[in-house]
Design a protein around this ligand. Structure first.
Ligand code: BG6
Length: 484
């Protein structure tokens, strides 16, 4: 049966991503009964020579209880860790992968008595430079055993390349080894609750159907702010910068879901077809609609090369040339070392024509979707100020998830996405053609930044970023409301 015998292989098991995200997500799934001890086995693979117990000890501290399910946590963690076996080997030679295959096969054979099938999930918690050799080795040594049926899938993380050309090269290399339905490209923003809510909000509410267009909406902002700098990962970050780290993937994916047309159905291919179309409608980025920044002190990081121009902040306006969005700026903004940690979407509506109350001066309608922290959606609207006077004020219709859904623990992005990979649902994963168009949009600008032709302006850590970014926002027609 489909339920029996699943091998999950975490490659790069001793690294940071595996420890902080992959294993904790697997544990959460285990605790909720999605991974049962009689049908799943987890293999950690890496180059470091450590024992099973060493790996378990490294992971244990990262397995934290959900707020509503602390009971039994410690016992469950111990049981979960017993499901993990460690295999040590290189990423580019067959030896280690043959050893891995032997372990997986032995496990599968031991399960055959209860209707074994060979389902093998390979999670590459690795730097992309080793994706090609690792994929080759998996292909050569570790594919599912056809006599048992089942499947082999691989999960990869960004960065998928550094520009259009390198991304295409990587896609070709992996594409020669695996079919598209076997490849799961994670963008963890697609696993966030309020990102997954976007299609429901847009297409299941009559309110929004007629107003979601350039007749009514004046601007859309998609914003990511972090209050920490590049602590500890300056070396990695400097090679990529904020556009490759956040905007080209996370924020652009959110833009797709805000801007795309209604898909024919909820089938993953239908949804991803629409995302590709909207990306194809994005016009070339104009220089005067870009502001880049770098926080003071970034260059003091010893892992950052002297004089680096890498942006740690960027505001970029994208223009979507289609019937729905002509004339509406989509402002993507991301920055490190800012005043707060927040990710949100702000959809500002146009002024009410013939404003008899003169109320629009107090603020326009705005729909804010806060992805984190504290998931929420609220609509800023104008109401009569309660009391005897006929005056107006701006107020809010507020749906705060923490208050409204007190008994629900909102799943972590990784938890949800890993479950999707097991179930074979690619809806929340980036398709190859989508990735290509995403790179097409940003590559010309990125190349100019890399050549030093586009300078980052300094900003103070703990600030809102460069003033120029707020000026640009106003230039494209945004009227600041409270909290923006
Ligand atoms: C990662 C970036 O993809 O996303 C990091 O590489 C960033 O730089 C992180 O900190 C943010 O994720 P989240 O889920 O905390 O918003």
């Amino acid at each position: 049966s489909e339920a029996a015998c699943l091998s999950i292989v975490v490659l790069g098991a001793s690294g940071d991503l595996a420890k902080k995200k992959t294993f904790p997500a697997l544990f959460k799934l285990y605790r909720q009964g999605f991974l049962q001890s009689h049908e799943v086995y987890i293999f950690g693979y890496a180059r470091t020579k450590i024992s099973d117990d060493d790996l378990r000890d490294r992971i244990r501290g990262y397995l934290t209880p959900n707020k509503n399910a602390a009971e039994g946590h410690t016992e469950d963690a111990t049981k979960f860790l017993q499901l993990i076996k460690y295999v040590c080997g290189a990423y580019d030679t067959e030896e280690g992968f043959q050893c891995l295959d032997k372990e997986i096969s032995e496990y599968e054979i031991s399960k055959k008595s209860i209707e074994g099938s060979s389902r093998r999930l390979f999670y590459l918690a690795l730097p992309p430079s080793v994706y090609p050799p690792v994929c080759k080795m998996i292909r050569t040594c570790c594919m599912n055993k056809s006599d048992l049926g089942g499947w082999t899938r691989i999960v990869v993380e960004k960065p998928f390349g550094k520009d259009l050309e390198s991304a295409e090269r990587l896609s070709n290399q992996i594409g020669e080894l695996f079919e598209e339905p076997q490849i799961y490209r994670i963008d963890h923003y697609l696993g966030k609750e309020l990102v997954q809510n976007l299609l429901v909000l847009r297409f299941a509410n009559r309110f929004f159907l007629p107003s979601w267009n350039h007749d009514n909406i004046s601007s859309v902002q998609i914003v990511f702010r972090e209050d920490i700098g590049t602590e500890g990962r300056g070396g990695y970050f400097d090679e990529y910068g904020i556009i490759r780290d956040i905007i080209q993937n996370h924020l652009l994916q959110v833009l797709c879901l805000v801007a795309m047309e209604k898909p024919v159905s909820l089938k993953p291919e239908h949804i991803r077809d629409e995302k590709v179309k909207v990306l194809q409608s994005v016009a070339p980025i104009k220089d005067e609609e870009v502001v880049l920044g770098q926080y003071d002190g970034y260059l003091d990081d010893p892992t950052v090369p002297d004089g680096s121009n890498t942006p740690t902040f960027a505001t970029i306006v994208l223009r979507i040339h289609n019937e729905r969005w002509e004339g509406v700026p989509f402002v993507l903004k991301a920055g490190k070392a800012l005043a707060s940690r927040k990710a949100e979407i702000r959809i500002q509506f146009k002024e009410v024509p013939g404003d008899i109350f003169k109320s629009q001066k107090q603020g326009r309608n705005e729909l804010v979707i806060r992805l984190q922290p504290s998931e929420a959606m609220y609509m800023k609207l104008t109401v009569k100020q309660p009391g005897l006077k006929m005056a107006t004020i701006q107020s809010e219709l507020d749906l705060s998830y923490g208050q409204r859904y007190q008994d629900v623990t909102i799943p972590e992005a990784y938890e949800r996405l890993i479950l999707d990979t097991i179930r074979g649902d690619q809806q929340h994963f980036v398709r190859r053609d989508e990735l290509k168009v995403a790179w097409e949009i940003f590559t010309p600008l990125l190349h100019r930044i890399d050549k030093g032709e586009f300078k980052s302006v300094p900003y103070k850590p703990g600030s809102r970023g460069p003033d120029k970014a707020d000026e640009l926002l106003k230039e494209v027609g945004y009227v600041p409301t409270q909290g923006y």
